[in-house]
Ligand binder design. Sequence first.
Ligand code: NAD
Length: 503
Amino acid sequence: MALPSSAPAAAAEVMRFDRLFIGGEWVAPRSGRVIRSVDPSTEEVWAEVAEADAADVDDAVAAAQAALKGPWGRNTTPSRRGELLSRLAALMRRDADTLAEIESRDNGKPLRDTKGEVLRAADWITFFAGAADKINGEQIPFRPDALAYTRREPVGVVGAILPWNSPISLCSWKLGPALAAGNTIVLKPAEQTPASLLALARLVEEAGFPAGVVNVVPGYGAVAGAALVAHRGVAKVSFTGDHRTARKIMASAADTLKRCTFECGGKSPYIVFADADLDKALTVATHSAFRSTGQSCSAGSRIFVERPAYEAFAANLAGRAGRIRIGMPLDPRTHIGPQTSAEQREKTERYIALGREAGGRALAGGGRPAALPRGYFVEPTVFVDVANTDQLAREEVFGPVAVVIPFDDEEEAIALANDTDYGLVGGLWTSDVTRAHRVAQRIEAGLVSVNTFRPVHHMLPYGGFKMSGIGRENGLEVLKEYTEVKTIVVELASGAPADPFAD
Ligand code: NAD
């Protein structure tokens, strides 16, 4: 795949993604500024990426509005929208290696993860390609002498604001349904990972979408992000990121009464009853706490284990955490890479210190791997002797840190699980089928699983209770978030209407 500018001859050479994608053109940012993207495994700048500011966001929104009023809104049938999305998905599969490598350089995730994420993102786009011509309204039997029906119309221009942990994957969650439903979109990737969505834009161009349907404007949150949220031409903001940012967005969007959906963080409970298949529960717990270096909103970071199984489970989890291979993202043997930024590593280390100050013991990890002096690496860390009320157990770390906490009975497990401000994901392990349903129904989270964990999939609605967010992504459910319902009533009676002023 041709990258936005030529690939470097030597690894140390800085790549250039020096154009924004606006209105189907590759344009220089009006300010001429670039974001210098740091490879978190080397701490060196690996790419310079065009930086959008408010003026570029204006251009992008204008292009998206023009596409909506023009070729996309008026001349593109839903089936054609589906065809274009299918084509994009095929191109993503074709270029999965390149896209994955860009993402790994930007955010430090191992290639095995980023390649999987790109392929799954293509599945997401394929799913919504199939949905594009099945977004129907309803006919309502309102009265015999009237025809009443609803239409599901696009909301308009969508401003999509993305975090740094999985840019391509999370972009597909928004781009797929937004375009399937007939909207146009302006994508703002995070400043830490600005490059991969510009590479994706190349494929949007090659797929043949009309100009302005998809626009990509990397930039800083307080500048490009804030401009997108405040823009009068943006009808809806779809945000994934921190709940503190969501608060600011909600306040700013109030001015224009924009539709907003928020996918925020989590501190997800992972409940293990003593009657569960403990070996399976252990394998999945290790994966769910440490994959992507814990930089996952759905990480199972609070692990509650029934007392009889507690000690062995914590010790085995620590053993498995110690065997995870930490390494360079482009090495195919690497299990987990560094944290994406120096700030994120600092945050993780702050929580590790807080855990210790509160009397917690790290059974595994707790420091930086000695063999990797450069790069923002942190060891997978398993804490015990942490109370569910301690800061380490209450707040999202977004790093490779799990706490293991014992419980004595079902009621206590449910109370501990729900004693959190978050409510994104939850899960339990048991061989008792009635308990499985009983507990699943009482966990306050948008996605609850039994004997598996966070089965995040394009077919399954996903989103948060409480401070984990507002609205849902994925599944056909998300299409409601990208459409306005219009009710149309046609009078069929031929007689004169009642005239209250006739007497
Ligand atoms: P963040 O909120 O700092 O940044 C997210 C995005 O918001 C970035 O693009 C940033 O530039 C932008 N932004 C920042 N300030 C803004 C403002 N004032 N106006 C508009 N945009 C602004 O979050 P992050 O650190 O990039 O991501 C980590 C967070 O994302 C974690 O809390 C994680 O749990 C959450 N997350 C949630 C999901 C989910 O699906 N629920 C998925 C991945 C990540």
